[in-house]
Design a protein around this ligand. Structure first.
Ligand SMILES: [Zn+2]
Length: 248
């Protein structure tokens, strides 16, 4: 059987039976796949004890339709600083679940792989910040083809131009002109500009959102992501709980 070598981030992992482990992997080379690791609960020799969410690994893998077979792993990093910090664990777990839920299986997406790895690296080396999460989300939606229309009304196509006025947004995170909106929530031109900058900048930590923009842009992004999901994210509830305990 042909063994593939891939680089991957573990998106989800659970025990299966007495000794095995089933993992959802985002591989750079093959996209998202599910695989079974025989003796994955205990075999430190083959799996380095690293079949845990958001670990970055090199894999030896036999690809199969449905459930692939994981033959061995080498650790690239388990992101030890993230694992020592509950808030960072919450952000990293959330990022992995969003990718898992929005990315179709077996669809190669090296740009999204780079974005996820960059976010995990940022969490590993920097204090956790809410605007890094928002930078991740706006770019994630863009890469997956769900880009928020920041320049034109999502309904009628009217150009927002460079006007300094606020625009409205719908319950599904679509930006609307004053004619199409129903007087609901507003996104200021400053916040809209910051979201545009976040899409134009390829690096974490460059675009910083002041508190008002963080709240407005966060509402738009939460609504946009929720509109593409069929059920709520477990990790989002956990993150919100941790943020409530430890405001950031
Ligand atoms: Zn309109």
């Amino acid at each position: 059987m042909l063994t593939h070598e891939c680089e991957a981030v573990v998106l989800a992992a659970l025990d299966y039976g007495e000794t095995d482990r089933i993992v959802t992997l985002f591989t750079r080379e093959q996209g998202k796949i599910r695989a079974i690791a025989r003796h994955g609960k205990k075999s430190v020799k083959r799996f380095s004890g690293a079949l845990e969410i958001f670990a970055r690994l090199r894999l030896h893998l036999v690809l199969k339709e449905g459930l692939s077979s994981l033959r061995g792993t080498d650790i690239v990093t388990v992101f030890p600083h993230i694992r020592n910090d509950l808030l960072k664990i919450s952000y990293a777990g959330y990022a992995c679940e969003v990718v898992d839920r929005l990315l179709p299986e077996a669809m190669c997406n090296p740009r999204l792989f780079r974005l996820l790895v960059s976010y995990l690296e940022q969490l590993e080396i920097s204090p956790s910040r809410a605007d890094d999460r928002r930078f991740f989300e706006v770019n994630l939606l863009n890469i997956l083809g769900y880009r928020i229309s920041l320049e034109q009304c999502s309904r009628c196509g009217a150009d927002f131009g460079d006007s300094s006025g606020a625009v409205q947004y719908s319950s599904t995170g679509e930006l609307l002109c004053s004619g199409c909106g129903n007087g609901g929530h507003q996104l200021s031109s400053v916040s809209r500009g910051l979201l545009k900058n976040a899409l134009a900048t390829g690096r974490f930590g460059v675009v910083r959102f002041p508190e008002t923009s963080l709240r407005e842009a966060g509402d738009v992004l939460d609504a946009a992501i929720a509109s593409h999901l069929t059920r709520p994210l477990h990790s989002l509830q956990f993150l919100q709980h941790v943020l409530g305990v430890q405001p950031q």
